[in-house]
Ligand binder design. Structure first.
Ligand SMILES: NC(=O)c1ccc[n+]([C@@H]2O[C@H](COP(=O)([O-])OP(=O)(O)OC[C@H]3O[C@@H](n4cnc5c(N)ncnc54)[C@H](O)[C@@H]3O)[C@@H](O)[C@H]2O)c1
Ligand SMILES: [Mg+2]
Ligand SMILES: [Mg+2]
Ligand SMILES: [Mg+2]
Ligand SMILES: [Zn+2]
Length: 453
């Protein structure tokens, strides 16, 4: 593109974003019919036309953009989606429009105006097809299919390609392999192979192309040397991330969902090699979703035993609201980076309800007593296999006495300080975990819930 063409394009984007911000539906529509690709363009601080319409309460512009298929999930440089912005500025009609993806079904549920929130690691890109896990003939055919995608894991980290040094952005991508490139690994007895599922059909694809089944995905975990494995990749920007709980947050939402599934199942295989009932060796079944004991006398062979299936550990994570409604309780562990505060969290114990786990963990960790508890959303957290159950809770006492074994400090933070910290206002007093964590999303949910409404 010449510099003249570039500046003409920039002018066009600016004109389009300005029209959306002013609520000029006629101009927004005519510019889009001329240049459809304007729809997801961003301007200052990553704001899209939809965000600007949401900021200023222009419902008709927002409706037009949504009807033309704009990206509702993109975030600006403060990690806000258009829905966050609409909620923050109190434009309920636009918030309603943007959270309506499930249409009329939502209204059947009481409290259906609560928008369903999708968290990082929670996107289901693949259809798990659990019914196929016992169909060995089908699985074997799919393993050899030329379109099948294999992900390679070493030490519970997936092989990823990192961005070239000269490219912008810090995203990493999964390395995808074909059958020919991994068939030697499939022969090795130590290899663990997990069937992940089939790519979901795109609703927009034409009916003629739907005769062919979409590709299926498998994950392979191998004990082959990591450096050897990396040689299988043509690009030299590939690696196995060393600090998963930081590095895996750089994947796209789609790939993060697949990794959450694969990593949790692989972590279970790596930790449960022997039967927990009798100590005998076990073998893998059901395309990686079951481990059965090899001892025919073992009690786990009779009936259904939960020890044979992958684990999920429920954890409650809660934003505790002060009885005055205008402060929230956040704490920090010693291992957190300096200045970071987050929601309190803790494992649910056997025989315990979610609400009781919230009350117990908050009291143990901060000394604060909690009354009402409300579920907000959840997040699979594959480190190794937690299910984070996100709640809001209202405190009935306010004195803080931390459990020093776990928590270094806990404090009540006023709403304005939390807003400054979330949206990177001038010199924030503290910072919260990144947007990929449910802790961040719960804090944002509370701020958005009652700001200007
Ligand atoms: N995604 C997020 O936003 C987010 C935020 C905070 C915490 N987390 C995750 O939540 C998890 C739990 O939080 P916590 O550490 O505050 O819990 P916690 O307060 O219950 O304390 C952890 C302790 O609980 C015990 N424990 C009980 N059941 C356990 C189990 N099944 N697995 C491991 N330990 C168990 C161990 O002694 C452990 O040291 C952490 O693993 C952390 O990774 C995620
Ligand atoms: Mg805890
Ligand atoms: Mg605890
Ligand atoms: Mg605990
Ligand atoms: Zn056994």
């Amino acid at each position: 593109m010449t510099s003249f063409q570039m500046s003409a394009k920039e002018d066009m984007v600016e004109k389009f974003l300005d029209a959306a911000a002013r609520g000029d539906l006629t101009q927004v529509s005519s510019l889009l019919s001329l240049v459809p690709s304007l729809i997801n363009q961003t301007g200052y601080s990553g704001w899209t036309a939809l965000m600007l319409a949401a900021r200023n309460g222009h419902l008709h512009v927002a409706e037009k953009l949504v009807s033309l298929g704009c990206d509702k999930s993109s975030v600006n440089s403060s990690s806000q989606t258009a829905l966050d912005i609409a909620k923050f500025w109190g434009h309920r009609h636009i918030a309603g429009l943007l959270s309506q993806s499930e249409g009329s079904c939502r209204r059947i549920l009481p409290g259906g105006d609560l928008s369903l929130q999708e968290n990082y690691f929670g996107r289901e890109t693949l259809d798990r097809l659990s019914g196929r896990r016992t169909d060995e003939v089908w699985l074997e055919t799919k393993q050899k299919d030329l379109a099948t995608v294999y992900l390679l894991f070493s030490n519970l980290s997936p092989m990823v390609s990192t961005p070239q040094e000269d490219s912008e952005g810090g995203d990493i991508k999964l390395c995808r392999f074909r059958y020919e490139a991994v068939k030697d690994l499939l022969q090795k007895p130590s290899t663990v192979l997990i069937f992940l599922g089939m790519e979901k059909m795109k609703s927009s694809s034409s009916s003629s192309s739907q005769t062919e089944e979409p590709p299926v995905w498998f994950a392979i975990s191998t004990d082959e040397d990591a450096a050897e494995l990396l040689r299988r990749c043509r690009e030299n920007t590939c690696l196995f991330p060393k600090t998963p709980n930081r590095d895996l947050l750089k994947l796209s939402e789609e790939e993060a969902g697949v990794v959450a599934q694969a990593r949790s199942v692989l972590a279970w295989h790596s930790r449960y090699s022997f039967c927990s009932t009798c100590g005998s060796s076990t073998h893998l079944e059901e395309a990686g979703y079951k481990r059965s004991c090899l001892n025919p006398e073992c009690r786990s062979q009779r009936g259904v035993h939960n020890t044979c299936y992958p684990r999920v550990d429920p954890v409650v994570i809660m934003l505790v609201i002060h009885p005055d409604g205008n402060q929230c309780l956040l704490g920090r562990k010693k291992v957190f980076p300096a200045g970071m505060f987050s929601c309190l969290a803790g494992f649910v114990e056997p025989g315990e309800a979610i609400e009781e786990a919230v009350r117990r963990e908050v009291e143990e960790e901060s000394g604060v007593k909690v009354g009402p508890v409300q579920y907000v959303s959840c997040q699979p957290w594959p480190m190794p296999s937690n299910l984070m159950i996100g709640c809001l809770a209202v405190a009935v006492t306010t004195d803080i006495k931390v459990d020093e074994k776990e928590i270094e400090e806990a404090r009540w933070f006023p709403r304005q300080q939390v807003i400054d910290s979330l949206f990177r206002g001038a010199s924030p007093a503290f910072f919260v975990p990144p947007r990929q964590t449910i802790a961040h999303q719960l804090i944002k949910h509370w701020v958005g819930m009652n700001s200007n409404l």
